[in-house]
Design a binder for this molecule. Structure first.
Ligand code: 5RP
Length: 207
């Protein structure tokens, strides 16, 4: 299982600092949606230039104009770009076309999708490299939130998936047991006093 750091910071400078701290321990470096909204795709280029050996993930969460948005993110240096599972099939097909043109990949983020298992299978058939079983920051803050439902949906879908929803040291083993291809950790790394140590501990927990 790969480890992905989600950098939900707001400046390119902060992202470059964080990426330099955690890069030795992660496989995928994600530029979070707020970072890309604040800084634009220049931030993607800066991270790819600093870490050419890492998979750079641009969390665009595209909802329309799939081919155009994915194309500009790949041209900026992204290796993986997200499209929302709630988007129409034509948006996902367009984004996959851009990925094929660049030799890169589309990840379909299932945040907000009610039937994640069915949609995961549909978008995989449309050419997504993998899906993201995702509970966003707002959903995580709702009373009674637990990762268990997402883990179960990932296990049931039987397609390649990443899992994001406040993954931390006490849950990463369950993410691996559920069969995830990638575990995504944001707050557990960037919110830690020592992000490098936090990333190293998550990496060490992956067998
Ligand atoms: O995409 C996101 C929010 O929409 C986050 O980057 C993702 O949820 C991972 O962060 P965390 O581990 O803090 O949940």
């Amino acid at each position: 299982m790969k480890l992905q750091v989600a950098m939900d910071v707001l400046t390119t400078e902060a992202a470059l600092t964080l990426a330099a701290q955690v890069a030795p321990h992660v496989d995928i470096i994600e530029l979070g949606t707020p970072l890309i909204k604040a800084e634009g795709l220049r931030a993607v280029t800066a991270i790819k230039n600093a870490h050419p050996d890492k998979i750079v993930f641009a969390d665009l969460k595209t909802m329309d104009a799939g081919e155009l948005e994915a194309d500009i993110a790949f041209a900026a240096g992204a290796d993986l770009v997200t499209v929302l599972g709630t988007a129409g099939d034509s948006t996902i097909i367009g984004a996959v076309a851009a990925a094929t043109k660049h030799g890169k990949g589309i990840v379909v983020d299932l945040i907000g999708v009610a039937d994640k298992v069915t949609r995961a299978r549909e978008v995989t058939a449309l050419g997504a490299q993998f899906v993201e079983m995702h509970a966003g920051l707002d959903e995580q803050a709702e009373p009674g939130f637990s990762l268990a439902t997402l883990l179960n949906q990932g296990e049931t879908a039987k397609v390649p998936f990443s899992l994001a929803g406040g993954v931390n040291l006490s849950t990463i083993s369950s993410v691996q047991r559920a069969g995830a291809t990638v575990a995504v950790a944001g707050g557990a790394i960037y919110g830690a006093e020592d992000p490098a140590a936090a990333a190293a501990a998550l990496r060490a927990a992956i067998i």
